[in-house]
Design a protein around this ligand. Structure first.
Ligand code: FCB
Length: 453
């Protein structure tokens, strides 16, 4: 496959999932610190207190990345390490950690991509309303200013918010992620609006404080994949992908267009407004000007895909997977068409270069008798998905890069440590790292710029 010469091959992680050191060096508690310690929240009753201890082992970890040929690394900052109360006094030790991490990456020839918010909201801000509070956009802008001033001389690539749909959908609608709320549709719409406003404010701050900054947003969503390549099925999949269905229970929590049109186009989708305009806070039209900031790339986390076709009644029709359809260990169906049609449909609608900020597969990996970790399923998953992405590139979609989720096995939120997404196996008892077969395979992909796919 042919990828652009400057294609960004990388891997991704997030603070709470790898750092550990939950109560060290002045860090404030996040909603995840509190949530994971409450009974019944995490499947294996684990938490991120220690995780893979990256906070203490980051130098070795980055050397391992460099050895593997990784040139781009997406990590996130724990807001509460820098501002233990979310606002107010800065914790210099927390800032120093990220500054040293960035230096270490650069010394190892790795370009840092910094995500400002990957779910670990300071608990103190949650107690003041969290995403339901109209003050969140300014709290976020203040935090962004501190990060931009401290790291912006060396970090030029920023992602504001990771998976807004999961933040609101899992955290505020279903209650399966921190902070564990089950809000009504009115509050969900309001929280989502504050979140997008926070994104817009952060972009403004980054542009004002970081010369030469490149900034994007990283929403998610399962692409609707046409069941066949007929024009009817393609049109039906596209229509469904961007439709906002009115759901009185979870509101627009999981929707692509609801969370992207305001950011990318400066407007809420008209079909969604029919049901949800009533819940938007006063002044929402004015806010859209702040929400809609020009972006350098439109990030997207894509793992799955769902088949859609044109139904006999003329409406898009969901095509269920047959029994035995392949899926990952979390039972997410495997459909590489998602990494072709997702970028294609998203570029058609938003006209902004796409960056795949996450894609990956979890499996029941284990160390074999030979001491190695053989993970042919992951390799096959990556191979399929990367070929689909290469085809999107060949068909004219500007895709800037691909970040595999994740470099290491780590704490997978409500699923704990049971399933593994990493290219690098982690023994959680000894903290030993072992490169899986897929890591060596991805090394070749990066080294040949995808020509071996
Ligand atoms: C995404 C999250 C990431 C990780 C992967 C598997 O939803 O952004 O932190 O958990 O899924």
């Amino acid at each position: 496959m042919q990828f652009p010469r400057d294609f960004l091959w990388g891997t991704a992680t997030s603070s709470y999932q790898i750092e550990g050191a939950a109560n060290e060096d002045g860090k404030g508690k996040s909603i995840w610190d509190v949530f994971t310690h409450a009974p019944g929240t995490v499947k294996d009753r684990s938490n991120g207190d220690v995780a893979i201890d990256h906070y203490h082992r980051f130098r070795e970890d980055i050397r391992l990345m460099a050895k593997m040929g990784i040139r781009n690394y997406r990590f996130s900052i724990s807001w509460g390490r820098i501002l233990p109360d979310g606002t107010g006094t800065v914790n210099e030790k927390g800032l120093a950690f990220y500054s040293e991490l960035v230096d270490c990456l650069l010394e190892n020839g790795i370009r840092p991509f910094c995500t400002l918010y990957h779910w670990d909201l300071p608990y103190a801000l949650h107690l003041r309303g969290g995403w339901l509070s109209p003050d969140m956009p300014e709290w976020f802008a203040n935090y962004t200013t501190i990060v931009a001033d401290a790291l912006g001389d060396r970090v030029k690539d920023f992602i504001t918010i990771n998976e807004p749909q999961c933040i609101i959908g899992s955290g505020y609608a279903l209650g399966v992620h921190a902070p564990g709320l089950k809000c009504c549709a009115a509050d969900i719409v309001r929280a989502a609006h504050h979140l997008m406003l926070a994104h817009g404010r952060a972009v403004q701050v980054l542009r004002a404080h970081v010369p030469g900054v490149r900034v994007g947003y990283a929403p998610c969503g399962d692409p609707c994949v046409p069941y066949t390549n007929s024009p009817e099925d393609i049109a039906a999949a596209r229509e469904e992908y961007f439709t906002v269905h009115i759901d009185e229970k979870v509101g627009p929590a999981w929707n692509i267009a609801w969370f992207s049109d305001p950011v990318m186009l400066g407007q809420y989708p008209a079909d969604g407004l029919v049901g949800y305009e009533q819940y938007l806070p006063d002044g929402w039209q004015e806010d859209l000007k702040t929400i809609h900031q020009p972006l350098d790339f439109y990030g997207q986390n894509i793992y799955q895909g769902q088949w859609w076709r044109r139904g006999a009644d003329g409406k898009p029709e969901h095509v269920r997977y047959p029994a035995g359809h392949p899926h990952n260990a979390l039972e997410w169906p495997i459909n590489e068409g998602g990494l072709y049609w997702g970028p294609r449909f998203l570029y058609e609608r938003y006209h902004t270069p796409i960056l795949i900020t996450e894609n990956g597969m979890d499996a029941h990996d284990a160390v074999s008798l030979d001491g190695k970790v053989h993970d042919p399923n992951r390799q096959d998953y990556m191979h399929r998905y990367l070929r689909a992405l290469g085809q999107a590139v060949a068909d004219g979609v500007p895709v800037l890069g691909y970040f595999y989720w994740s470099f290491f096995d780590n704490f997978e939120w409500a699923h704990g440590y049971q399933e593994r997404f990493g290219l690098v196996y982690v023994n959680y008892q000894t903290q030993e790292r072992i490169l899986k077969d897929s890591a060596y395979w991805y090394q070749q992909v990066m080294a040949t710029n995808g020509e071996n796919l």
